[in-house]
Design a binder for this molecule. Sequence first.
Ligand code: ADP
Ligand code: MG
Length: 616
Amino acid sequence: MNKQIIAGIDIGNSSTEVAIAEISESETKFLAQHLVPTTGVKGTIDNVKGVSICLKKAVTKAGIDLSSINQIRINDAVPVIGDLAMDLISETIITESSMIGHNPDTPGGAGLGVGETILIDRLSQLSIDEENTKEYIVVVPKDFDYEWVAFTINKVVSRRVPIAGAIVQKDDGVLIHNRLDHKIPIVDEVSIIEKVPIGKLAAVEVALPGHVIRMISNPYGLSTVFSLNPDETKQIAPVAKSLVGNRSAVVIRTPQGEIVERKIEAGSITLCGTSKHAQVSINDGAQKIMEAYQKIDTLIDVRGETGTNVGGMLNGLRQDLADLTGQPANEIYITDLLAVDAGIPTSISGAMAGELSMESGVALASMVKTETTSISKVAELLEEELSIPVEVGGVEAEMAIKGALTTPGTEKPIVILDMGGGSTDAATIDEMGKICTTHLAGAGDMVTMLINSELALQDQELAEKIKKYPLGKVLSLFHMQLEDGTILFSEEPYPPYTFGKVVIREENDLTPLPIRESIEKIRTIRRESKRKVFVTNALRSLEQVVPTKNIRHISFVVMLGGSALDFEIPQMISDELSKYGIVAGFANIRGTEGPRNAVATGLVLSSKVQSGAVHG
Ligand code: ADP
Ligand code: MG
């Protein structure tokens, strides 16, 4: 009997997946599968490296030699690159007014103190004259010992110099506070203390443990403290806004204090359809952008206003793909765009402890595509390197459908939703075998970017982990509170570094988060980010693949790809689609592989020597 060994290889934007099978006239027997991260941009010769590594691992798993593979089938991967960008809708710049708003672990005392800033070693030089009714805020750089500081303050206070508060560089706020005869609020851990202006009016506020400051996080509180007129109050409002939720803060008013608010040029985009064009400003927010998109018919290209942020992003994408494929940039088109509202952490000038304020902005995912593909080059190079015949198999969506149909309980007509890293793709096949596909910008990577931004993590890998795993809060050495509020008891003590922290509950590991947000807030941000990208894109993509554009005409949707492995995304999509009477679930390729390996499996099954029966 004529037996052949076929390897199907799916080169995706994020992952390269292989399936190896032995095929005879009577049956197809799958031997192994493997997955590695894709090397280079999908559909370019850089992919060869990853493909060859993946293949070698897979043959080892299958217990065969690489040379026994009769044919390699790769997907007809069109180089598509997606990119992500975020931009502020408006940016607030505060000049010549300083603030410190942060949550040191142990500020000292509680309450509000208002006075003129003075260096600690200048205190004793103050003339204790009769009608000096001025109050002071003491500034304590790190070279001063807390015993000495407390002693000095006590001494001047006994001479009736009113001390209203202190700003301290080291973390000894409590140590100083404990030694004071007359208690004052103390904000400590102010790293850049040399920037605190001296001789200026300042307000120091510390809240009791578990409370937040009330006075200087309120614009009218600030205006009371600094005797501001309505105009000045309006100007200082952004300072108050950025201090909301802190346990301690300082605001220092400089006489020439001027707060300038300006809108940064986010720019505008022009969406070009076959007959209509629409121009929309990024400042209008995600909803307006997506509404404008819906009004035009088929999107042909998107242009960004030159000299602006969005212009730079869109042209940069075009140029990247042009460089990679050797095609002129004007032959490269932006085929889809997804805009999502997002909080963007922005540093405030005048901030002295690295404070960030959350400003509203827009995150954009876009896709570029070339007219011609370079996959034949990838095939040639692969053939040369491995000395195995390589064939470019059918269209990726068609392969994905073939693979998806190996899920037990599925049949044609079927609708697939492939949720990867860069794009969300949908495809349908009707009873006649007619296929309709779409590729939309925005998928798993965008979710990670949103989480990273909204939590101000500045750590992509950590954001990826937050996306993939549930959270917990370690309450004691043996107790952890889960997201749903239940308390988990552990036989083994939790590691000490997790104590009191919100942690990511990976399979065998706990990663404490370096941020102070509550478990509820982090969970909400995680879920909203997923919803904004995937629920939106599921609806958008399904609409495009039903001939009637009415998704109520769909009965079954099968979810595929890495993001279908997510512990919440498939459920969110199922819930949303059930409103339209659609049954949705994630695939179980060949009854064993879950939502992975659909395209690679489809490539194997579509080989010429293919047989009917499939055995895992
Ligand atoms: P592509 O087909 O574009 O190469 P994949 O299908 O490999 O992409 O999907 C990659 C995406 O899947 C990434 O965004 C990654 O974060 C996400 N992903 C992978 N595993 C998981 C998981 N267990 N939970 C949630 N997301 C996951
Ligand atoms: Mg894929």
